[in-house]
Design a protein around this ligand. Structure first.
Ligand SMILES: Cc1cc2nc3c(=O)[nH]c(=O)nc-3n(C[C@H](O)[C@H](O)[C@H](O)COP(=O)(O)OP(=O)(O)OC[C@H]3O[C@@H](n4cnc5c(N)ncnc54)[C@H](O)[C@@H]3O)c2cc1C
Length: 383
């Protein structure tokens, strides 16, 4: 990766320009540079690579996840193999508790949560299921997140763990959110307390930024940070490949209106103790303005006498983090997807990733999309 600032007035030297140095941009830059031997200009308007997976040392020396905790997980061994070229791994230590009634409950809901919640320490899977069966609301085909949760765990658990958390997180009542928003969270009748179910749950041993740095460390790739695509788009030539991972509405100058996003404000506090929480994440469904506190040291495994806790405050303004899953927003996105299809028919431009597709993807999903996009490119341009 050449270290000198690129000459942005000789963009013609690059066969491909990749907008955004997040997971999608880094993977596509690496694939184009290594497999097609193309010269690639990779740019990001931020001052760092890694997109929202960026991690860095806090002033206390503790490694933090700057844009919220990132728990890597996948069921795809081929993806893990690909990433393993750029990193070693440590096992994922993803455990979450939910603070309610002055207690900490394992979350997502599992047999231990049910035992603690109903004060029935001897509950087994069958009796737990029967207990919930009495409480579930008979909703055959849930139309929103509220109905979904009521049909799974009933009113009391809905109000304790989901209602206010969802309201804080989205600023929208669960009855106005798609069933999939709360439906993403599993409910288990066993003692598995892990946050997610995936086969592989691993964290890059030196962190995400180090992994992406190694990925794009290639003589064919030139990195330009603090460089907004909008400042140089007029300089691109029509035959140059453009990979665009920025916001799709921005690409089209918001011609159909702005796509709404939910944002977060992060507050990081250093504490002169090795650990202060029992696990990486504590959710606060009913108290405080923040939704969760995160002590990422549980995941990074860093040995350090201090720790850092991050507090997450959901907001309407700020960086785009979560597309808001409502039908009118999906419809607006479709109008942009149509424009994108027309644009791609006219010139070699590909739209890929969370911002470009207005969809919440986990890292593994978005990485798979980047690798699939590369296969399409290889068929079109590879010889
Ligand atoms: C709070 C939070 C927690 C998350 N936790 C997890 C988790 O635990 N596990 C998991 O698997 N996933 C998690 N994710 C999802 C993960 O962050 C995304 O899947 C991933 O970052 C998407 O990669 P991307 O390349 O599409 O986009 P991004 O990572 O957003 O990267 C896009 C890049 O494009 C740049 N850009 C935008 N516009 C321009 C422009 N005009 N010019 C130049 N550059 C531009 C941006 O600065 C950004 O760096 C989380 C996301 C958030 C917000």
């Amino acid at each position: 990766m050449p270290e000198n600032a690129p000459d942005l007035h000789s963009l013609a030297a690059y066969q491909a320009v990749v907008v955004g140095a997040g997971p999608v941009g880094c993977i596509l830059a690496e694939r184009l540079a290594s497999e097609l031997n193309w010269k690639v200009l990779l740019l990001d308007k931020r001052s760092h690579i890694g997109g929202n997976c960026y991690d860095k040392l806090h002033e206390s020396g503790v490694l933090i996840h700057r844009y919220g905790p990132h728990y890597f997980r996948t069921n795809n061994p081929a993806l893990l193999d690909y990433l393993s070229r750029f990193t070693d791994w440590i096992e994922g230590n993803y455990f979450v508790k939910s603070a309610a009634r002055n207690e900490l409950f394992p979350f997502p809901i599992n047999l231990n949560t049910l035992r603690q919640f109903f004060r029935m320490p001897d509950l087994d899977a069958e009796s737990a299921n029967a207990l919930l069966q009495e409480r579930r609301e008979p909703i055959e085909d849930p139309q929103n997140s509220e109905e979904f949760v009521l049909s799974r765990v009933g009113q009391e658990m809905y109000e304790t763990f989901y209602l206010n958390y969802t309201l804080k997180q989205w600023g929208i009542h669960p009855r106005d959110l798609a069933p999939s928003v709360c439906g993403r969270i599993p409910i288990r009748f066993n003692e598995d307390e892990r946050y997610v179910d995936h086969q592989f749950q691993k964290t890059p041993a030196e962190g995400f930024t180090a992994m992406f740095r190694k990925m794009i460390n290639h003589p064919n790739i030139t990195l330009a940070l603090e460089t907004d695509y909008r400042s140089l788009k007029e300089l691109l030539t029509p035959d140059q490949l453009l990979i665009y991972t920025g916001p799709i509405d921005e690409y089209f100058d918001y011609s159909n209106g702005r796509l709404p996003w939910r944002s977060l404000k992060f507050e990081f506090k250093a504490v002169p103790e090795a650990y202060v929480q029992p696990c990486v994440q504590i959710n606060y469904p009913n108290e405080h303005d923040y939704t969760r506190t995160v002590e990422i040291k549980h995941v990074t495994g860093q040995q350090h006498p201090h720790t850092v806790i991050s507090y997450e405050y959901p907001t309407a303004e700020g960086d785009p983090y979560y597309p808001i899953p409502m039908p009118e927003n999906a419809a607006l996105y479709e109008t942009y997807a149509q424009l994108a299809a027309e644009e791609s028919a006219r010139k070699p431009v590909y739209f890929c990733g969370r911002l470009a597709e207005y969809r919440y993807f986990n890292m593994d999903e978005v990485m798979e999309r980047a690798l699939a996009t590369f296969q399409t490119l290889q068929q079109r341009f590879g010889h």
